[in-house]
Write a protein that binds this ligand. Sequence first.
Ligand code: NAP
Length: 269
Amino acid sequence: MTIPALGLGTFRLKDQVVIDSVATALELGYRAIDTAQIYGNEAEVGQAVAVAASGIDRDELFVTSKIWTDNLAADKLIPSLKDSLSKLRSDYLDLTLIHWPSPKGAVPVSEFMGALAEAQKQGLTRQIGVSNFTIDLLRQAIEVVGKDAIATNQIELHPYLQNRKLVDFMHSQGVAVTSYMTLGYGKVLEDPVIQQIAAQHAATPAQVTLAWAMQLGYAVIPSSTRRENLASNLKARELKLSNEDMGRIATLDSGLRLTSPERLAPAWD
Ligand SMILES: NC(=O)c1ccc[n+]([C@@H]2O[C@H](COP(=O)([O-])OP(=O)(O)OC[C@H]3O[C@@H](n4cnc5c(N)ncnc54)[C@H](OP(=O)(O)O)[C@@H]3O)[C@@H](O)[C@H]2O)c1
């Protein structure tokens, strides 16, 4: 089992905006969609997928959702996942992630990873994984379910936050990297180095940034509300960057973290 290299993010997108984004993306050829319980848009994602589903087999789609921190206890995780499934109008998810580690360790890692593995055993999700996990938390999760059971750790990763220590650990364990906010929520696209590389390839800054991450073997899930951006982001799969381009982007790491909510953030590596 593997994670698709490029999917569609849906954070912040609600109501008709998310329906249009998902429907347009599916029409353009996207087949992977990333949502979460806390995004409050699973029902709308489900609606857009259901409309498109007349032309697309469920097997061709890759739907990811994430368990919110309120639902990590053993008696809540599976019922909350079933609720997500009903909103998403599907019998199973392709990938279910623990969205954030339990704040202040209120629910032990062994409890929620155990419940997540049980959900997989029951066929509610094909693959399982985590998000926003540090090396220490990942080690704890691996102790519970084993490294082969954890398909990915979805983490903030873009040219300004390359997260090398964590990525090295994940590589050593065979846990795939999913980069979220690959475009730095638009910030990276203004970078002069990214813009120069884009000009050299007659590509967009977003394509360069996404191609950089995919060339490093990371899955990406950029979001967009615009058809032209959705279409051009998908074409990033065709862009090949040179070693020199990759080396120049490697130098842009400044440790700039955009997502670190006080209540949720673990002690980052
Ligand atoms: N696990 C987690 O805790 C977590 C946290 C954050 C995000 N995520 C996931 O990661 C996904 C991606 O992150 P994100 O949506 O926050 O940020 P992002 O994908 O880095 O950036 C999205 C922003 O970039 C713009 N954009 C997209 N394509 C563009 C292009 N080709 N040219 C110019 N601008 C472009 C979009 O504007 P337009 O709409 O105008 O195109 C939007 O404002 C989320 O949607 C979510 O699914 C997960």
